[in-house]
Design a protein around this ligand. Structure first.
Ligand code: ZN
Length: 80
């Protein structure tokens, strides 16, 4: 692996370390998936519904991470 790639990987890890588990997952999604996720929340989907959709796509997340973020009791500053 090129040094620039390696350093970029470390930088990504440092950034996601400060974010909550939900945002770390969110940031790993493609822009299209992020948009779909935002729309799911605006349509009033429950955390369970969103979680099962994420899992069916192979995205790892947890009900706890989602609910903490949704209730604004997570570590991140940027609320989505
Ligand atoms: Zn959060």
């Amino acid at each position: 692996m090129a040094l620039t790639d390696k350093l970029k990987e470390i930088e990504t890890k440092r950034n996601t370390k400060n974010a909550c588990a939900y945002m770390a997952m969110y940031e790993s999604l493609s822009p299209a998936d992020q948009k779909a996720l935002d729309e799911a929340w605006s349509k009033g989907y429950s955390a369970n519904e969103v979680l099962s959709a994420l899992r069916s796509e192979g995205v790892k997340s947890s009900n706890e991470a989602i609910s903490r973020h949704r209730k604004n009791i997570c570590a991140c500053q940027e609320k989505k």
